[in-house]
Each structure stands twice: as structure tokens, then as C-alpha cells.
Design a protein around this ligand. Sequence first.
Ligand code: AMP
Length: 255
Amino acid sequence: MAGLHLIKTYFSDSDEDEYDEKKEDDDKIVNKQTRLTLPESILSLKGVTYEEVTDNPSDHDGRIRSFKHERGNWATLVYIDYTTSDCLCTWMKSVANNLPVQGEIISSLHISLSRTLVLKFHWIESFVEGLKLLCRGFHQFIVQLTDVKVYCNEERTRTFLGIYCQNEDGTLKRLTEAIDCLLAEYQLPPFYKDISYHISFFWCLGDKQMYLQKILPSLTCSLNKFLAENVEDAYVHVKEIQCKIGNKCYSFELK
Ligand code: AMP
């Protein structure tokens, strides 16, 4: 699935890193015969970390983890998976290749509906069940792509260019509020107060907002011209919601 790749590529607590580290940890477990080994059922789960890991940004393109690896902590994100048309993908690539900053194109895309969360292993089952029930209570809805905006992560270690997404009937906002209520049951933080729904398509290291802010009007102008010529790309029909926990992805259908 496209969204999975994206989260692997730029999720602050990359599952790929986690998986690689898990493999290393597994090796350590095998090598240290004196240590108690975990049951096979747990060992076979991807995304579980067994030891605290010293973060080395050079191991993942200079990205810095936003939270510490800890035993039983699972990186979690609730989002809408988004697949671009070839034309919009070409537009994104041409924008990314002509920016005043160096960075990476994001090839598989999503609209986040939560922050990057840390879920405890023993919460996963009930959290997934809660999300499934919640999604059943919401109708499918339409999202419109409008402007190009710049975003920074909270730590200001990464900057993103994204396409702002608007939802006229308010379903997206109500859905996010319901997800926030579910998260509160697990003492997990809500999404942004002043949410700006978007599809990030480019990221770079550091806080580069100053450089990108200036060119946003011309990028939005270019996007609007593109969307006027490719009207079908201006709208996304949202039929399901995704949740990624560790390396596992769940999909929940809307009504
Ligand atoms: P995403 O593409 O969803 O991973 O978002 C890229 C970055 O935008 C994340 O690191 C968010 O922390 C950041 N961001 C900053 N301000 C906002 C906002 N108002 N709403 C949503 N995301 C935001």
C-alpha cells in the first residue's frame, strides 16, 4: 500500500528503522543465550522494540527521532491513504525539482488525522476495535485540494510542502474530533488545535519555511492551473481510514 511506504520514508519513528533495529535486537537475543527469550508469538511481531536504541540520525537521512525507542512502544498514525494520478505526480516532481532547497519527493502520500503517537502493546487491540466502530459511524466524504502550504514538524527538524485539503461538509473535522476523543481514552494527545489537513509531497531537513514561504503563491498558482486542466485530480473521495501501528496497517470502511 502506498501510504505505508510514505510512513517508512519520513515517519519520525520510521518503521523501517524500527524493523532493522528489531532484526539487530533479535540477533542479540539469539547470541546472548543467558538472557530470557521472549515467546515466539511476540518475537514474530514487527515493530516491537526490545531494548532502548541509541539514535544515530546518519542512519536515516539525518532525520531525528521525535520520541525515544522503548520496549513495547508502537509508532502509530491515523490517516487517509492517497494515490495520485500520474499527471499530479509529474506536477509534484517538477515542483520538487525546482525548489530553492534540497530535499526528497514523497512518493506515496496521505492526509494525517493524528499526530505520530506512541501506543502501548497492550492497548492495540482495543484501540483498533474503537477506531473500527468510530469509522462505521461516519459517511464517506469528499476532500478538495486547493493551495500549496509549508509545514514544519514540532521539533522544527523537518520542513514539508503539502497540498492543503478542504472538506466542505465538515465530516473530516467531526471525524478528527471523534478520533481525538478515542485518543483521550488512552491519554494520547489530540491532533493540532488549528488543523491544516494536507498531503505532504516534499520534505527537507531543518526549518526551511522562510525559503519556501516566499514561493507559495507561485506554487499555488501553478497547482490551480493544473487542477483547472485536470479537474478529476482536484477531488478525493474518502471511503476508508487507515491506521498504521508499527509495521501493521489497518483499514476501516466509512458508511
Ligand atoms: P504530515 O505530512 O501529515 O506528516 O505532516 C507534516 C508535518 O506537518 C507534521 O510533522 C506536522 O507536525 C506538521 N504540521 C504543522 N502544523 C500542522 C497543522 N496545523 N496541522 C497538521 N499538521 C501540521
